[in-house]
Design a protein around this ligand. Structure first.
Ligand code: FAD
Length: 533
C-alpha cells in the first residue's frame, strides 16, 4: 500500500507518480530511476495499491485567492469523480502536511508516500519538511518528475549552466525525445473507498491539531485567517471556500477537470492549431487553446498534451493542410516549451519571485503612483485595449496573452510602476496563475527578466490595439462604454479633444497619462538605473 499525495497534478491519467505508486507503470519505462529520486525506490512488480490524498495546507492557502480556491475546489471535485468511477475515492485532509501525511500513512499502513515534484522555492522547502517528518517515522518517500516534459536540470548549456535565453533552450528542448503519457491506474491499482473510510476512522491525530495551530500559517494573515487550525481528514468531503477563509469570486473561473481539459485540447487541435501562429495574437478570435488553468492545476498531463500535438503534426504534414501548417503546430509546441523554460528559471533562481532576475536593474526608481495603479487595476486608464484586458481579467479570471503583454508594458513603462504590483494583482485574479509563468511574463515585460530584448522595448497601447484588435471586437466586449463607437474612434481615443470624448462616450475616461511623454520618462528611468545617463 502506498499513499499518493496530489498537489498540482489533479488527474488520474498521465500522472507519473501515481502510476508508479499504483504499480501501473511497470515495464513501460515511466518509473525509471532518473525520474524518481533515489530514496527507497520500490520494485515495480510489488507496487500499489495507491491511496490518493489532497491536503489543504494553511501555508499554501496563505498565498491563495478567492479565484484560485474556487478553481482548485472545482478541480478536486472532478478528480474525486474520476476516482469514484474506479471504485476508489479521494482522501481530503486539512493541516500541515508534515503532521497529516505521517499519520495517514500510519493509519493506512502505507510503506511509502509518493508525490510529483513542484519546483518553486516554497514548495521545495515544504517537501523537505515532509521528507524529514516521514523519515522520522520510518516511512519511505519518493518524488517524481511529472509537471514538465524535461525536468529543470535536464537541459543545460554546453558549459553546464541553466539557460537564460529561450531561443537556445528551445533548440535543445525540441530536439530531445519526449516520454509517452504515463498509464492511468485501474481500480486494481487503487485502494477501495471502504478501506479509505476505515483508515480515516483509525487516524490518531494526537496533538497535531495544536502543532498546526501553533506553528502553521493560519494566524499569519492572508485569506486563510478563518481557516484551518485543526488537522483532520475525510473521504471525499470537500470544504467550501468559506470553510477555508475565502469567498466565492465575482469572476467565472471556467470548467475544471481532465474531461473538460481533453475536450478543450481536442477542439483546439481539430482546427485552430493549424492557424495558431497566424492568429494567436488577436484577442478577439478564439485562436489559442485556453489550456493554461488546466495545465496549472495538472488536470491534463503535459505528456498527453504533447503527444496530441504530435498527432496534429502528422496531419499538418499531410496534403490536407496548407504548406505552413507544420510551423503553426510547432509554434504551439513552442508555448509548452516557454512554460518549461520559465519553470527552470524559477527552479534555478527561486529568488525571482520577489527580486529582479537582472540584478543590475535593482536600482530602478519606480514611480508607483497609487491612483494610477488603482486606475489600471479597475480598467479605467483611458487606453481601450488596456482597459479591456484588465476587465477581462476581473470577469473571466483570464486574459489573452497579447493583452497580458500590453497591460504589463503599460503598468511598468507608461505608469512606471514596479512590476511586483502587477504580478500581485495577476496572482490574485488569474485562475491560471502559475508562479513561474506569471513571474516570467512580468519580468519580461519590465525588462528585468531573462529576455534578450533590452529595456527600450515599450509597447504603444494605441498601435497595439489597432493592429491586434482592428475592429475593436475585443475592446467592445469588455468595455461597454465604447460599444457604440466606430473602431477608428476607439483607436484614436487619445487624439480626441475632451469635448469630442464627452460627446462620444461620456462614461469612458480620458487617457490618464500621455504615452509619448511617459515613454521618454521610462527610457530615462532605465538609463539611470543602468548608470547610462
Ligand atoms: P496558448 O497560447 O494556447 O498556449 C498553450 C500553453 O502554453 C498555455 O496554456 C501555457 O501553459 C503555455 N504558455 C503559453 N504562453 C506562455 C508564456 N508566454 N509563458 C509561459 N507559458 C506559456 N501563463 C500562465 O500559465 N500562468 C500565468 O500566471 C501567466 N502569467 C502571465 C503574465 C504575463 C505578464 C504575461 C505576459 C504572460 C503570462 N502567462 C501566464 C503566459 C500566457 O499569457 C498564458 O499562458 C496564455 O495566455 C494562456 O492562454 P492559452 O492557454 O490559451 O495559451
Amino acid at each position: 500500500m502506498e499513499l499518493f499525495w496530489h498537489r498540482r497534478d489533479l488527474r488520474v491519467a498521465d500522472n507519473v507518480g501515481l502510476a508508479a505508486a499504483a504499480g501501473t507503470d511497470a515495464g513501460d519505462g515511466a518509473g525509471d530511476d532518473d525520474r524518481a529520486d533515489d530514496e527507497a525506490r520500490g520494485d515495480d512488480a510489488d507496487r500499489g495499491p495507491a491511496a490518493p490524498v489532497f491536503v489543504f495546507d494553511p501555508d499554501v492557502l496563505d498565498h491563495a485567492s478567492d479565484v484560485r480556491v474556487r478553481r482548485l475546489l472545482d478541480g478536486l471535485a472532478a478528480l474525486r469523480e474520476d476516482y469514484r468511477e474506479r471504485g476508489s475515492d479521494l482522501l481530503v485532509a486539512r493541516g500541515d502536511p508534515e503532521a497529516v501525511l505521517p499519520r495517514l500513512a500510519e493509519a493506512l499502513d502505507a510503506e511509502r508516500v509518493v508525490w510529483n515534484r513542484d519546483y518553486s522555492g516554497l514548495a521545495r522547502e515544504r517537501d523537505a519538511g515532509v521528507r524529514r517528518a516521514l523519515a522520522a517515522v520510518d516511512v519511505a518517500r519518493e518524488a517524481h518528475h511529472d509537471a514538465v516534459l524535461h525536468d529543470p536540470d535536464a537541459i543545460r548549456t554546453n558549459a553546464g549552466d541553466p539557460y537564460s535565453v529561450y531561443s537556445y533552450y528551445w533548440k535543445k528542448w525540441t530536439d530531445r525525445a519526449k516520454e509517452d503519457p504515463a498509464p492511468a491506474p485501474t481500480g486494481e491499482g487503487l485502494v477501495g473507498a471502504d478501506r479509505l473510510a476505515e483508515a480515516v476512522d483509525a487516524v490518531d491525530w494526537g496533538d497535531s491539531a495544536d502543532a498546526v495551530a501553533d506553528g502553521g500559517g493560519a494566524d499569519q494573515g492572508g485569506g486563510a485567517d478563518a481557516g484551518i487550525v485543526t488537522t483532520d481528514a475525510s473521504v471525499g468531503d470537500l470544504p467550501t471556500p468559506g470553510d477555508l477563509g475565502f469567498s466565492e469570486p465575482d469572476a467565472a473561473v471556467g470548467p475544471a477537470g481532465t474531461a473538460a481539459a481533453r475536450e478543450r485540447l481536442d477542439t483546439f487541435l481539430d482546427e485552430a492549431v493549424f492557424a495558431y501562429e497566424a492568429e494567436r495574437d488577436y484577442p478577439g478570435r478564439e485562436a489559442t487553446s485556453r489550456l493554461s488553468a488546466f495545465l496549472k492545476y495538472g488536470e491534463i498531463g503535459v505528456r498527453e498534451a504533447y503527444a496530441a500535438t504530435e498527432e496534429a503534426m502528422v496531419e499538418a504534414e499531410s496534403d490536407a493542410r496548407p504548406d505552413d501548417a507544420p510551423e503553426q503546430v510547432e509554434e504551439f509546441q513552442g508555448q509548452l516549451a516557454w512554460r518549461e523554460f520559465y519553470t527552470q528559471v524559477l527552479f534555478h533562481n527561486p529568488e525571482v519571485v520577489t527580486e529582479n532576475y537582472k540584478t543590475y536593474e535593482e536600482g530602478i526608481e519606480w514611480r508607483d503612483d497609487p491612483e494610477e495603479i488603482a486606475a489600471w487595476k479597475r480598467g479605467e486608464t483611458g487606453y481601450p485595449i488596456v482597459d479591456a484586458g484588465m476587465r477581462q481579467l476581473r470577469e473571466e479570471a483570464f486574459m489573452h496573452n497579447r493583452v497580458r503583454m500590453i497591460v504589463a508594458s503599460f503598468l511598468t513603462k507608461d505608469l512606471l510602476a514596479d512590476w511586483r504590483h502587477g504580478y500581485d494583482h495577476f496572482r490574485e485574479h488569474l485562475a491560471d496563475h502559475d508562479t513561474a509563468n506569471d513571474n516570467g511574463g512580468w519580468q519580461w515585460a519590465a525588462s528585468t527578466g531573462t529576455d534578450a530584448q533590452p529595456y527600450f522595448r515599450i509597447f504603444n497601447p494605441m498601435t497595439q490595439g489597432e493592429r491586434y484588435d482592428p475592429d475593436a471586437e475585443y475592446i467592445k466586449k469588455y468595455v461597454p462604454e465604447l460599444r457604440n463607437l466606430d473602431a477608428d474612434l476607439i483607436h484614436g481615443w487619445h487624439e480626441l479633444s475632451p469635448t469630442q470624448r464627452a460627446n462620444a462616450a461620456p462614461e469612458y475616461p480620458s487617457p490618464i497619462v500621455d504615452h509619448s511623454e511617459r515613454r521618454e520618462a521610462a527610457l530615462a528611468m532605465y538609463k539611470r538605473a543602468r548608470g547610462e545617463d
